[in-house]
Design a protein around this ligand. Sequence first.
Ligand code: DUC
Ligand code: ZN
Ligand code: ZN
Length: 460
Amino acid sequence: MSLLIKNGRIITSSDDYIADIYIENEKIKQIGMGLSVKADQTIDATGKLIFPGGIDPHVHLDMPFMGTFSSDNYETGTGAALFGGTTMVIDFILQTQGKSLYDALKEWKGRSDGNAVGDYSFHMAVTDFNENTKAEIKDLIEKEGITSFKTFMAYKGALMIDDRQMVGLMNEVKKQGGMVTTHATNGDMIDYLVAKHRGEGKLSPLYHYLSQPEITEAEASGRFSDMAFQTGVTAYIVHMTCEGAHNHVRDAARRNQKVYAETCIQYLVLDASLYDKGFESAKWVMSPPLREKKDQASLWAGINQGSVQVVATDHCPFKWEQKKLGENDFSKIPNGHPAIEHRMELLFSEGVHKGKISLNKFVEVSSTNTAKIFGMYPRKGCISPGSDADLVIFDPNKQHTLSAKTHHMNCDYSGYEGWKVTGKCETVILRGEVAIQNNKLLVKKGYGQFIKRNKTTGII
Ligand code: DUC
Ligand code: ZN
Ligand code: ZN
């Protein structure tokens, strides 16, 4: 199968030029002006932008969580991602405390193998670090290509590890050449506030927000960064939401330490005023919660200044029936919201179209940096000969409206209902196959591949 894309405006993290792209056997073969090659299929991309396929390094598909499962499975989740220009995701395996990391890998493979339409990888969440788990790290990195180890500093009793385990994990992961990432919020502070609010009969979604003030995230981010400094491990903070946490990341840079920071699209475009809608606010109950305008400003500035390298989603959808598990108690509302499909278009519309970030920056934070940080570059995250032909042909002027009626995520509401967006992913190509065209998904379940990743180099 060969494919020729003519006259597109190619945008990478550093370049912006018009050329043709010739694709053969899943890879980009040639890039040049007026290529005169014969191809099985030709697409005219005149007037369109061409981006590297988006990579979302923070999604939860078919995940057992808070007594239920996230509502997108590997097929619906990676399919919705493709509609929105994201050709690859990194999902999280959660170790069950008391069991091994390989047990968890087996369980996750049972749900993902043969089911994805888009490409995917895994982070391994270590929820119980001990001598047995320590011994599994090397094989996960070298044999399975799972090079990033997620930790939770909150969700005590199921997911959280203490600082002693964190330091032990960091030392081992550093030794084996991987990376440690974290959900940086202070679990004990949050649990105290949750119990206090429940004890006072304050049970609406607003109290989810009020139980996780900025300081709970800032404190944990600083502590994580300090432990990473002491151990020398490559460190990455997931879903950073606020100025207080961002200040710690900047402090780390001042002492010549790199702590990578990921934010999510919702923290850039939505704010805590959405917690003022009674139980409807459950749509935005996620952890950490949405923050304030001043936090959005800090994150956009961080993107431009390079202290925030990645924009992800933390896609973790639950249907309305599932959200209603917490109708009488905010602490029982499954945490998470649907976003996998909207990340690229919202970032373009709110970021590039509104003049907050450049086109090159858009590519950097939606694809290239993620590929570099997580050991997939230059196979993914760029438009170069030899790279996987993962491409988005994008109409920068097309206006459309986001809605649960038209989205492809398996969720019966949208956190962005009625949002007007400028710019649309028109054609999406995954390893040389046209995956999305004319608003149709053209690849089948099982086309998505598990991508083994290389050791983390920390090259940004
Ligand atoms: N936050 C969420 O909102 N959902 C899944 C896990 C998490 O940390
Ligand atoms: Zn988290
Ligand atoms: Zn998450």
